[in-house]
Structure formats: structure tokens, C-alpha cells
Design a protein around this ligand. Structure first.
Ligand code: PAF
Length: 289
């Protein structure tokens, strides 16, 4: 695996791979890799021959300076994991090269207002800006994002469509730890007790799944079942529990279309997110965690 922070070198290596007839797959990350990230590479391999990964802790998507500073980092461990997953090229740009004298930002309106966008102002503007830059540097054919960050994946799909990036976006299933906690680099910050209590998020989603699949369409009741489960586990704070339209991310009052049930809650100082897709099917809805 070749590792470089040079934008020029990334361009040359990718260009050469393309000249050899290879399709380019790209997995952008902020590092501290876990099985979730590695599963994105596995999916990328099904669609592309040459795998590129980036590790860049993108300051401009953090609305909290301490959260940025505390974000876990371990490049040597990441390099070993990426190499064993089959990454050919690792891009580790320098913050100065990415943002010196930077005045241009990318924002996907409307979709960025809801869920995490409501409680983390500027977050998706930071994500879209860095992902646009990375796309323009790497020029991949396909890029894979995790479904745990469903709002991010939908916003990036919309950005790619609206700005005519010739890139296929793939959204990959959430990978879970034992007990159902969605894998996240932030899980590292959880104490043993917080981790055990955080499993309530998954349990709440499973209870909502049973309710929905047995025919309940009442958003208030569906959200209440999750709230009760999480509150019993004494979170520091529930940021949101929302049932939103899959297309607009706008909260819905009655379940009558493809939707997302999304949760964000703090256990200790760690903010965790998770979600479930709700698909209309013959005679009702099926839920996908
Ligand atoms: O999901 C992430 O790790 C980040 O938001 C991303 C897409 C790498 C942009 O910094």
C-alpha cells in the first residue's frame, strides 16, 4: 500500500491506474478504523479494481473544538488495517494543503437542516466541502459510505447529483458490535458501563421495528417506545428521536411512505447515532437495521 499526503502524487497514481483500465474505488474516512470502515472497502472491491482510502480528521465539520481535538487518532494501526483490507493507495492530506486561504464551501440545503444538521450547525457544510475536495483530488468512479450516517450518505448522493460529479455513491449496511451497538470510532470513548447502557439504542430500534411491522403507523407511539428504552438506561442526553421521510428528511406525523427512524443520544460525553430504514411493502412496512 502506497501512503502519501501529496495531492499531486495521488493524482498521478490514480491516473496511471486508470490508464491500465482500472476502475477506482474510494472510501473517505477520518481514521481510527474499525470493521465498519473495512466493510466499506470490501464493498468497494466489488465495484472497482483499485482501492483508495483517505484519512483526514476534517476540522471544519466539527462544531465543537474539543470534539475535534478528542477525536481518536492512530495512523500506524490504521495503515496496517487498511493494507490488510486490500487498500492500494492511502491519502493522508495535510490540513494546510486542504484549507490554506480557503474561501469556498459546499452546502446541500434543506436536507442539512434536520436531524444531526439541527443540533450540529455547519457539520454537513464541512462534510460536503471536504468530500467535494477529496472527490476532485481522487476522481474515483465509485465511493462507499456507511448507512450508520444515513443523513450524510443521502446528502452526499444529492450533492453528487446536483453538482454532476461522475461518481457512483454506494451506501453500505451498518456493522454492529456484539449486542447491536453500531460501530463508530467514537465508541472508543465509552466506559464499560456507558457501552452497556448505550445498547438501549439498538434495543429501542428493535422494539420500534416490532411495533411498525405489526401495523402501528403512529409516529408518536413509535418514537415513545424508543425514548422509554433509552431513558431507562440513563443517557446524559437524548439529542433526537425522529421519524422522517426518506426523500426529504422532513419529520412525518403518520407513517405512510419510505422513512427513516433516526436516533442521536449521549452516553457520558459520547454522542452516538443509529437509524433504521422503513420500507413500504405489500400490506405494510418492513424495517432494516
Ligand atoms: O464519515 C466520515 O468519516 C466523515 O464525515 C467523512 C465522510 C470522511 C468526511 O470527513
Amino acid at each position: 500500500m502506497k501512503i502519501t499526503g501529496s495531492i499531486a502524487e495521488i493524482r498521478t497514481i490514480v491516473q496511471n491506474a486508470r490508464k491500465e483500465g482500472k476502475r477506482i474505488g474510494f472510501v473517505p474516512t477520518m481514521g481510527y478504523l474499525h470493521k465498519g470502515h473495512l466493510s466499506l472497502v470490501e464493498i468497494s472491491k466489488q465495484h472497482a479494481d483499485f482501492q483508495v482510502m483517505s484519512i483526514f480528521v476534517n476540522r471544519i465539520q466539527f462544531n465543537d473544538k474539543k470534539d475535534f481535538e478528542d477525536y481518536p487518532r492512530d495512523f500506524e494501526r490504521d495503515f496496517a488495517l487498511a493494507q490488510s483490507a486490500g487498500v492500494h493507495l492511502m491519502f493522508t492530506p495535510d490540513e494546510r494543503d486542504m484549507y490554506q486561504n480557503h474561501l469556498t464551501y459546499v452546502e446541500v440545503e434543506s436536507l442539512s437542516k434536520y436531524l444531526c444538521g439541527a443540533t450540529r450547525p455547519g457539520h454537513f457544510r464541512g462534510v460536503c466541502t471536504v468530500v467535494s475536495k477529496l472527490f476532485n483530488i481522487v476522481l474515483p468512479d465509485v465511493s462507499v459510505f456507511g448507512r450508520k450516517d444515513i443523513q450524510q450518505a443521502l446528502i452526499i448522493e444529492k450533492m453528487v447529483h446536483d453538482l454532476n460529479f461522475p461518481i457512483q455513491i454506494i451506501t453500505a449496511p451498518t456493522i454492529r458490535e456484539e449486542g447491536g451497538l453500531a460501530m463508530s470510532s467514537r465508541n472508543k470513548h465509552l466506559s464499560h458501563d456507558e457501552r452497556t447502557r448505550a445498547l438501549s439504542i439498538h434495543r429501542g430500534l428493535l422494539k420500534a421495528k416490532s411495533l411498525i411491522e405489526s401495523g402501528n403507523r403512529n409516529t408518536t407511539e413509535i418514537k415513545a417506545v424508543i425514548q422509554k428504552e433509552i431513558e431507562a438506561a440513563h443517557p446524559q442526553k437524548i439529542d433526537y428521536i425522529e421519524l422522517v421521510s426518506y426523500n426529504s428528511l422532513h419529520p412525518i406525523e403518520k407513517l405512510d411512505e419510505k422513512a427513516i427512524l433516526a436516533v442521536a443520544a449521549f452516553f457520558g460525553n459520547t454522542r452516538l447515532i443509529d437509524n433504521m430504514l422503513i420500507h413500504p411493502c405489500e400490506g405494510g412496512f418492513t424495517c432494516e437495521l
